[in-house]
Design a protein around this ligand. Structure first.
Ligand code: GLU
Length: 309
């Protein structure tokens, strides 16, 4: 497969960044409202170590739902497949990521998959640790190992802003607690979840996480297995079926790579055996996906023939 070329990347970004006007910055988390819609950045980290990038590559954004892929990987490593999928399902949904409706009608009442909020909250609830601090540290440590950068941390302002306004996520938690899907303190769970979503980094750092998945969970530098390949494969499968919210089917037809979107305007993509791509552009379409990110990945996938299908 052909490496991503710096000049192509700059050209493609120039074409798509004008589309920022077609969307809207997320505002249900008050601190995210401050993001400027015209911001844009992309990085492609090749497995061979080469990284190409353009735009505001030093800008740190919060990874939001992209963190769900990492918490799923940790839950799988800590508890195994059977225990994890006794708590959450494996099926995609056409409902939005914050929906409560299937929890109410589904029998048994468990979240449909680990990428929607209910499922991600149930996964975070499973993580080992005595308290929220332990669990957030576990997620950060995995990120530090993958990126080789132990300065990566969460954005306290964004975490606090979401914690104070996460009424819908609290409702999901109380509903799941009533049905025995989660245990323990809802406030502690929300504290962990909002901090994991507020973990902050730039596109080059995030692209390294994508590259790890492209390399079947093995470190790019040492070849050491950081996430067992079977678990890495499960994570990528959920990225294909559920990673782009209720637009995952459309994304699969247009782009055709495992990807995970976050409401800060980030998309993480994985190109098997080639590398990881991270795009940031906070202007979102009606389903919550970055407008610039979608356009750029569509162009890149067509140009480099990335689709796995
Ligand atoms: N922290 C966000 C929430 O729970 C994450 C949503 C997302 O990025 O999809 O609402």
């Amino acid at each position: 497969m052909q490496n991503v070329n710096q000049e192509d990347l700059v050209k493609m970004m120039e074409h798509v960044r004008v589309y920022a006007n077609n969307g809207k910055v997320a505002d249900y988390i008050p601190a995210l409202k401050k993001q400027r819609p015209e911001m844009h950045a992309v990085a492609f980290q090749h497995i061979n170590g080469e990284c190409v990038s353009t735009g505001q590559v030093d800008y740190n954004f919060t990874i939001q739902s992209v963190s769900k892929v990492l918490s799923l990987a940790i839950a799988l490593m800590e508890h195994g497949v059977e225990a994890v999928f006794s708590r959450v399902g494996l099926e995609p949904t056409s409902d939005p990521f914050y929906s409560i409706s299937t929890l109410e009608v589904g029998k048994p009442s468990k979240p449909l998959n680990p990428m929607i909020n209910a499922g991600a909250l149930a996964i975070t609830n499973m993580l080992c640790g005595g308290n929220s601090e332990d669990r957030v540290r576990t997620i950060l440590s995995l990120i530090h190992r993958i990126t080789g950068d132990d300065t990566i941390y969460y954005d306290e302002e964004v975490a606090k802003s979401e914690f104070e306004t996460a009424f819908l996520n609290r409702s999901l938690c109380y509903f799941m607690k009533q049905n025995g899907v989660i245990t323990g303190s809802v406030e502690e769970l929300l504290d962990t979840y909002t901090k994991q979503c507020a973990i902050s980094m730039n596109v080059e750092q995030l692209a390294k996480i994508g590259a790890l998945f492209a390399n079947d969970g093995k470190s790019l530098d040492t070849g050491e297995e950081i996430i067992p390949s079977f678990y890495s494969r499960i994570c990528k499968t959920f990225m294909v079926t559920c990673g782009m919210y209720n637009a995952s089917g459309e994304f699969a037809t247009k782009v055709g790579i495992p990807a995970k979107s976050g409401v800060s305007g980030v998309i993480l993509g994985v190109v098997k055996n080639l590398g990881g791509v991270a795009v940031f552009g906070p202007s979102l379409d009606e389903k919550g996906n970055s407008v610039i990110g979608l356009k750029l990945l569509e162009k890149m996938s067509a140009h480099y023939e990335w689709s796995i299908f």
